[in-house]
Design a protein around this ligand. Structure first.
Ligand code: GLC
Length: 657
C-alpha cells in the first residue's frame, strides 16, 4: 500500500515483529531527515534549538525526552531512577517537534536500540543498534496529534478491556489465602469504598506454578471465584513467564514433550531460575508453543476468572544454571586472595550481577516458526508474545466477551492484546510524578489501558502519598493499588482518614461514564486518552514546558499535587477554564479562572479538575461497583456549554467489538 504520510525504509534483513498491521511500500535510501554513518551504523538528526522530542512510552524522566540516553532493552529493574536508561518496555516511537515542523519515527527492531537524544552532543539525536536489521518508519503530519493517529493506524487498534476493569482494584503480594482476600473485600465493604477487583499475586499458586491453585490455602477455588463475584468482585490472578521444572507437573511435562521451551545451542532446554526456582521459558515466538501456553489460561477462565496480569516476562532471570556454575567456579579463585579495591569489587560483582545477566540472554534460542534466532536479537518481543499468546487464546476460547489483560513487559504491537502496568515503582513522591509523566507517552504509543502501582510497590508508603496518588490514579484507565511483600500495608482501610479515600474512589466511579467514553473514543479513533498540554496548545510556548498538568480526554485538564506537605500548587492555564475543586462527587466548588498563572489551593482531601471552555464533564451518582453505575441519569458540569454537547460513548462494556 502507498501511504502519503508514512514512509518505510528497510535496512538489512529484519524479521516481521508483528508490531505493524499495515503493509506499506518500501522507500529507497535513507530517511531524508537523517544522516547515516556507515562506520558506526547509526542514524543522526541535528536538532534545532527549540525541538522537543516526545514518545518512547514507558521510560524514566520527562515527557520531553531531549537531554538523555534511552536504551530499548526490556529489563526487570525495580529502581526506576532517572539515571537509568531502560525499563520493562520498548516503544520505539518518537515525535520531533518545534512549532514550525514535526515528524514521527518508529524503529521496528526487536533487539537493543539506543536513542541518544542530545545526551552525548546536545544538538544531536543519534539512533544506533546492536543489530542493524531494522524497519525504519518516518511519519509526516502537521501536528503531533496527526502523527500519533497515523502511527496508531499503522500499528492497529488498541486493546479494549471489559468495563468493570475501569473500577478500583486492590492488590498486594502476600495475600496468602482465600480468607485474606475475603478480609480485603469485607473491609472495603464495611467502609463503603467502591471496588471491582482483587488481584491474586503468586501466593495463590501451588509452589509458584503457572495455572495451579494452592488447594489448602484456596480450597474450592471455583466456588470462591463465584462467591467473590457475588460480592461484585473479580479476582485477577497473575501468570509468570517461567514454567517450573518439576516432574509430574503437567504443564512442564507437556512443554518438554511438545518441544515448547526455549533451547540452548546444544538443543537442551535453557534452565533459568525465577520465583518457582528452576524454570524453562516457553518459546512464545513459536506459534505452536504460543497456542499451547495460551490455551492454558482456559484452566482458570473455566472456573470463572475473567482477567489476568502477565509478569516476569522480559523475561526476568534470577540466574541461569550455566552462569551460576561459572560464578561458583570463579569465586574459588578469590578464596585465599588478599582483596584489594579492584578485586573486592570484581568479587562483589560476580554475585551481584547474576540476575538479568546480559550474557544469559545470548545463551538461548527461539524457533520463530522455522527460523532459529538467538534470544538477544529479539529480546524485546518476549513479553509481547507472551501476552499475544493469551490474547489469541482468549479470541479463540472466549469469543463473546472481553478478558482483562495487562503485562509488565511490552513492545509495540502488544497494545492490541493488553495494557501494561509500569512495574515495580517505589513509594516515592517522585514516582508519583514519574507516573504523571509516563501516561501521555503511553497514550501516544497505543498503550491506553495502563497505570502504575498506586501508593508505590516497594518501600514503606505514607497515608498522604497513597491519597495524593489515588487522586491522580482516578484518571488512569488501570486504577490499582499494589504493594510488595514485607512493605507497609497500604489498603485504604489501613489508614486514618478512610472517608477521604472513599470520597476519591467514589469520584472515580462517578467519572467512569466520562473516562470510559474518552478511552473508547481514543481506541476507536486512534487518538490520545491522555495528552501533554504541548500537543493541544501548539503555539503557547509555556505549554511546551509543562509536564505536571495533563489533558484527560477532550473536556478536562488535571493538575495533580505530587509533593508532600503541600496544600496547593501553581497551575498554568493556557485558556480560560472552570476550576472544579472536588472533595467528593457531590461536594465541590467551581470558579472560573482566567488564562495565565494561578496559585490554587488543594487540601489533602481535594483534587483539581479544570473544565475547558465549551466542554462538558458528565458525572454519575456514586456506585459501589461499575455494574451499578447509572449511565442514564447523569449530571453535567458545563462551562459555556450544554449537557447535550457531550458525546457519551456507550456499549454493553463486555462484548468484543
Ligand atoms: C514482580 C512484579 C510485582 C509482583 C511480584 C511478585 O516484582 O512486578 O508486581 O508483586 O513480582 O509476583
Amino acid at each position: 500500500m502507498i501511504s502519503n504520510n508514512i514512509k518505510k525504509f528497510v535496512f538489512g534483513n529484519p524479521i516481521n515483529t508483528g508490531a505493524v498491521v499495515k503493509d506499506i511500500d518500501t522507500s529507497v535510501g535513507v530517511p531524508k531527515e537523517f544522516e547515516y554513518d556507515r562506520a558506526t551504523d547509526s542514524f543522526s538528526f541535528s536538532f534545532e534549538k527549540d525541538d522537543a522530542v516526545y514518545g518512547l512510552g514507558e521510560t524514566v524522566r520527562g515527557i520531553n525526552k531531549r537531554g538523555w540516553i534511552y536504551v530499548s532493552n526490556n529489563y526487570d529493574d525495580p529502581h526506576h531512577e532517572e539515571t537509568k536508561s531502560s525499563l520493562y518496555a520498548s516503544q520505539n516511537f518518537l515525535i520531533i517537534d518545534n512549532s514550525k515542523r514535526c515528524f514521527g519515527i518508529f524503529i521496528d527492531n526487536p533487539g537493543t536500540v539506543t536513542f541518544d537524544i542530545g545526551y552525548t552532543n546536545s544538538d544531536l539525536f543519534t539512533i544506533s543498534f546492536e543489530d542493524n536489521d531494522t524497519y525504519f518508519y518516518v511519519i509526516d503530519g502537521n501536528t503531533p496529534y496527526e502523527i500519533v493517529s497515523s502511527f496508531r493506524s499503522l500499528i492497529g487498534r488498541s486493546y479494549i478491556p471489559p468495563i468493570w476493569a475501569f473500577g478500583f482494584g486492590q492488590s498486594r503480594w502476600g495475600y496468602e489465602s482465600a480468607d485474606d482476600i475475603r478480609t480485603v473485600a469485607k473491609r472495603y465493604k464495611e467502609l463503603n469504598i467502591p471496588i471491582d477487583m482483587i488481584y491474586l499475586d503468586i501466593d495463590y499458586m501451588q509452589d509458584f506454578k503457572d495455572f495451579t491453585v494452592n488447594p489448602e490455602r484456596f480450597p474450592d477455588f471455583e466456588n470462591f471465584v463465584a462467591e467473590m463475584k457475588n460480592e461484585g468482585i473479580h479476582l485477577v490472578p497473575i501468570i509468570d513467564a517461567g514454567v517450573k521444572i518439576q516432574k509430574d507437573y503437567d504443564i512442564y511435562e507437556e512443554g518438554v514433550a511438545g518441544d515448547y521451551f526455549c533451547k540452548k545451542e546444544d538443543g537442551s532446554n535453557l534452565v533459568a531460575a525465577v520465583w518457582p526456582g528452576k524454570v524453562h521459558f516457553p518459546d512464545f515466538l513459536n506459534s505452536k508453543a504460543r497456542k499451547w501456553f495460551g490455551d492454558k489460561y482456559k484452566i482458570l477462565t473455566d472456573v470463572g476468572i475473567e482477567g489476568f496480569w502477565n509478569d516476569m516476562n522480559e523475561p526476568a532471570i534470577f540466574y541461569t544454571e550455566d552462569h551460576l556454575k561459572e560464578v561458583f567456579s570463579e569465586i574459588k579463585n578469590y578464596e585465599n586472595m588478599e582483596l584489594d579495591i579492584w578485586s573486592f569489587f570484581e568479587f562483589k560483582d560476580l554475585i551481584g550481577s547474576i540476575d538479568n545477566y546480559p550474557e544469559d540472554y545470548k545463551r538461548f534460542y527461539h524457533d520463530f516458526d522455522g527460523i532459529k534466532i538467538r534470544h538477544d536479537k529479539v529480546h524485546n518481543l518476549y513479553g509481547f508474545y507472551m501476552t499475544r499468546s493469551a490474547g489469541e487464546a482468549f479470541e479463540r476460547n472466549n469469543p463473546d466477551k472481553r478478558i482483562l489483560m495487562f503485562s509488565r513487559s511490552s513492545y509495540t504491537g502488544m497494545h492490541r492484546y493488553g495494557g501494561i502496568w509500569t512495574g515495580d515503582n517505589l513509594s516515592w513522591w517522585s514516582h508519583l510524578l514519574l507516573n504523571i509523566k509516563q501516561m501521555p507517552s503511553l497514550s501516544m504509543t497505543g498503550f491506553l489501558y495502563s497505570g502504575a502501582d498506586i501508593g508505590g510497590f516497594g518501600g514503606n508508603t505514607t497515608e498522604d502519598l497513597v491519597l495524593r496518588w489515588t487522586e491522580f490514579g482516578i484518571f488512569t484507565p488501570l486504577f490499582r493499588n499494589h504493594c510488595a511483600l514485607g512493605c507497609r500495608e497500604q489498603e485504604m482501610y489501613q489508614f486514618e482518614k478512610t472517608s477521604d479515600f472513599k470520597n476519591i474512589v467514589e469520584l472515580r466511579y462517578s467519572l467512569i461514564p466520562y473516562i470510559y467514553s474518552e478511552f473508547m473514543k481514543a481506541v476507536l479513533n486512534n487518538t490520545m486518552y491522555c495528552a501533554p498540554l504541548a500537543f493541544e496548545y501548539r503555539h503557547d510556548e509555556r505549554c511546551k514546558e509543562i509536564e505536571d498538568q495533563l489533558l484527560i480526554g477532550s473536556s478536562i485538564m488535571i493538575a495533580p499535587v505530587y509533593e508532600q506537605n503541600k496544600t496547593g500548587r501553581y497551575v498554568y492555564l493556557p485558556e480560560e477554564m472552570k476550576l472544579i475543586r472536588f472533595r467528593s462527587c457531590n461536594d465541590y466548588d467551581e470558579e472560573v479562572l482566567s488564562s495565565g498563572d494561578h496559585y490554587v489551593k488543594a487540601d489533602l482531601n481535594e483534587l483539581l479538575v479544570f473544565i475547558r471552555k465549551g466542554k462538558v464533564l458528565p458525572l454519575a451518582k456514586p456506585a459501589r461497583h461499575v455494574n451499578d453505575i447509572d449511565f442514564e441519569n447523569l449530571s453535567y458540569i458545563t462551562f459555556d456549554s450544554k449537557p447535550d454537547d457531550y458525546d457519551l460513548y456507550r456499549d454493553d462494556g463486555i462484548s468484543r467489538i
